[in-house]
Write a protein that binds this ligand. Structure first.
Ligand SMILES: [Ca+2]
Ligand SMILES: [Ca+2]
Ligand SMILES: [Ca+2]
Length: 496
């Protein structure tokens, strides 16, 4: 690269009419000479200038002020060629199904964290691949530990002339091995969620689950949401096996992903769920296998492979639309899905099939920045989080969003000053009432009880501060199956 650039530069400077622009990087003290010669600053912090004068380059070099020089040149637009060209590409039917076969994924951007069984980082798809961070050591010592390598290849196998390509071939990958002893455990998954959260916001892929709820794992999920990450989880493959609800996929604020097949219909095994958000290809997905497997690549079935397609797509869209926050990205991916089955959301296909071009183009949803705030524990300081949720104490307005399954309640702290009365009113964008209730500070939950509730109404509630002030909570609620944006208005009156 450096040699080539130098050769080009020599050629550019050799001709008699060598007026081709040149980029120079200079040492301190060169600025007056550059300015006097009409050079234009390109990047002042890097001391890079642009000049069309070969004589100036010579002068700088002789004065010992030249650090580097190279010709200005056109860079190949990244959309000149599809990266989707590795040998197994023709088996990767799913690239067409979600509309990316003719798109060019972005350069490295928002990371994808894969909490799974560990990745064979010496596999030809990962050895030497840039932008792979191992958050802990990766082990794939047993045949049944092929899962993490397979899932990771679906996200980010590079366009390197071998094997497969992932949905986002240049994705920044962060890897956590949650199965140091062969099976993925809740303790290693919790540790992985904490490590992922500590590393900063990312899209976190969870291609595993259990029908059992796990309160400690749920707290780790809440903390990851609070940390600004988007969580994506596999809905499960148990449709013929009793169809149990699978966690963490079915938790609020987790994108729950089912599987579609080659005809863009629901895969026969894909679990339905009241929390299902969308489906993505999950049948006959070409994947990379760790070296302990008999082959380097295989075809895999399962929602385990649908989730990383959505996770990689989410990171791609987030990279392309960096102004979105995690909650907006979450909502955008659901809303832009291509509706399947009965019109609107359904428990088999959610909002429909992942549609990357639609998600890249759709208008940004409103922000809903206080999540997770679904109950008192998440907003009272020192319970789930050391810092509390948003405190309402004066007249004003704020916007938010509710979803009967993925965001069933928005709880805010409320402080009413002495001798004032605050009224809280919710106005929903769908025109229907949003239940508003006010609870005193003694309540530990706004679920399943009316004890400690001091005011409630279909749209509005109010409380007076009395002589010493009132501290408590406001809760906004919608039932399952309903989704709406809202504006919450706080008004104040004197209350002697
Ligand atoms: Ca490859
Ligand atoms: Ca909300
Ligand atoms: Ca909420």
């Amino acid at each position: 690269m450096h040699v080539l650039a130098a050769a080009l530069l020599a050629g550019a400077l050799a001709g008699p009419a060598a007026a081709s622009p040149v980029l120079v990087q200079t040492k301190p003290g060169a600025a007056p000479i550059l300015r006097a010669a009409g050079a234009r600053p390109v990047a002042s912090r890097l001391a890079i200038w642009r000049t069309t004068s070969p004589a100036l380059v010579g002068r700088l070099r002789r004065a010992g002020l030249l650090r580097a020089a190279e010709p200005e040149r056109s860079l190949a637009r990244a959309d000149d060629a599809s990266p989707f060209s590795d040998p197994l590409i023709d088996r990767e039917w799913w690239l067409t199904a979600i509309g990316v076969r003719d798109l060019v994924p972005p350069v490295p951007g928002r990371p994808v964290t894969i909490i799974d069984s560990g990745v064979d980082v010496a596999h030809e798809e990962f050895a030497g691949r840039p932008d792979v961070t191992v958050l802990n050591s990766q082990s794939t010592f047993a045949r049944d530990e092929d899962h993490g390598t397979e899932v990771s290849s679906v996200v980010g196998a590079p366009a390197n002339g071998v094997g497969v390509v992932g949905i986002y071939p240049q994705a920044v990958l962060r890897l956590w091995d949650a199965s140091p002893f062969r099976s993925i455990t809740n303790s290693d998954a919790i540790a992985g969620l904490q490590a992922a959260t500590a590393a900063g916001p990312s899209v976190i892929n969870l291609s595993w689950g259990s029908p059992q709820r796990d309160p400690l794992l749920e707290q780790a999920v809440e903390a990851a949401v609070r940390g600004g990450s988007v969580l994506v989880a596999a809905a499960g493959n148990e449709r013929q096996g009793g169809n149990p609800v699978i966690y963490p996929a079915a938790l609020p604020h987790v994108l729950t992903v089912g599987a579609s097949d080659q005809s863009n219909a629901l895969a026969s095994f894909s679990s339905s769920s009241p929390g299902l958000d969308l489906i993505a290809p999950g049948v006959a997905i070409p994947v990379a296998d760790p070296r302990v497997s008999p082959t380097s690549y295989s075809l895999a079935d399962g929602t385990s492979f649908s989730a990383p397609i959505v996770a990689g797509a989410a990171a791609w869209i987030w990279t392309a639309r960096p102004d979105l926050d995690a909650g907006q990205l979450f909502e955008l991916i659901r809303r832009s899905a291509r509706d399947l089955g009965p019109p609107g959301w359904d428990a088999d296909t959610g909002f429909g099939l992942l549609d990357v071009p639609a998600a890249l183009a759709a208008p940004a949803p409103i922000r809903d920045p206080q999540e997770p705030n679904d109950d008192v524990a998440e907003v009272k300081p020192g319970v789930t989080f050391s810092t509390g949720g948003l405190l309402l104490t004066a007249p004003g307005r704020l916007a938010g969003r509710l979803d009967g399954f993925d965001d069933p309640r928005d709880v805010y702290r409320l402080r009413v000053p002495a001798h004032r009365r605050l009224r809280v009113t919710a106005t929903a964008s769908d025109g229907r009432p949003v239940a508003v209730s006010i609870w005193n500070a003694g309540t530990t939950s706004v679920l399943g009880t009316s004890r400690n509730r001091v005011s409630a109404g279909p749209k509005t509630a109010a409380v007076a501060g009395g002589r010493t002030g009132f501290s408590g909570y406001v809760a906004l609620t919608v039932p399952a199956g309903r989704r709406t944006d809202y504006v919450l208005t706080v008004t104040a009156t004197a209350a002697p």
